[in-house]
Ligand binder design. Structure first.
Ligand code: NI
Ligand code: MN
Length: 222
């Protein structure tokens, strides 16, 4: 399985013919590794509705016909925008897709879409090709971050560390300990001045997980 970091909180997870794009904020993202018109996902998953996650989801989903999965109200807004292939699990729910599954889990954050509709933010636990990936979404540190790893053996956690809008790198060190994934890929930092942080310092302070720092455009194979 390949995990490609496309900048901010956007990743593309690929296994065989399945390409899962998460939080496709590409247009207007100063760190985007690709343009919205260049991605060809088979699936698009959203953690929440903020502009820096919702991004280009509607355009990409309509162009590619990708199967979209998002928490119930967010999925409803995708449908209202004319996206046809949408699955709408709520917190605790699991949606199956070709070759895998995705479970919606809590995240402590807020969420409003660019249109102004308020909804509930989430994290996503994704099973694909025998691997399990946990995208924490935007979240503060909270103790239940340990629960996904108590159900599934986590191979990789995609973890916000930038502070201001999410937990900072210091809380993320504790989060990495709670999550307990074999590897942690930090994200949601250095995109804007407010979330600049020292990813190498985060890496040096985490023990128990291997921290893999990716530059936008880089791919990590699991
Ligand atoms: Ni957010
Ligand atoms: Mn965000």
């Amino acid at each position: 399985m390949d995990i490609r970091f496309l900048g901010h909180a956007c990743f593309e997870i690929s296994e065989g013919d399945t390409r899962v794009l998460i939080d496709p904020f590409l247009s207007g993202n100063p760190k985007a590794a690709v343009e919205a018109g260049e991605v060809e996902p088979t699936h698009v998953f959203l953690t929440h509705g903020h502009r820096d996650h919702w991004g280009d989801v509607v355009d990409i989903a309509k162009r590619t016909g990708a199967h979209c999965v998002a928490i119930t109200e967010l999925a409803g807004e995708l449908s209202d925008n004319g996206v046809e292939n949408v699955t709408d699990p709520n917190l605790g729910g699991t949606a199956d897709f070709d070759g895998g599954w995705v479970r919606v889990v809590p995240a402590w954050h807020t969420s409003t879409t660019p249109s102004g509709r308020v909804n509930t933010p989430a994290g996503l636990v994704i099973g694909l090709g025998g691997k399990t990936i946990y995208h924490l979404g935007d979240t503060a540190l909270f103790s239940d971050l340990r629960l996904p790893g108590e159900r599934d053996s986590l191979d990789v956690a995609l973890m916000c560390i930038g502070g201001h809008y999410t937990m900072d790198r210091h809380d993320a060190v504790k989060a990495a300990e709670l999550v307990g994934a074999r590897q942690v890929i930090p994200c949601h930092y250095d995109t804007f001045p407010a979330i600049e942080t020292d990813a190498e310092a985060f890496k040096s302070e985490v023990s128990g997980s291997e921290v893999v720092i990716l530059q936008p455009g880089e791919t990590h194979s699991v």
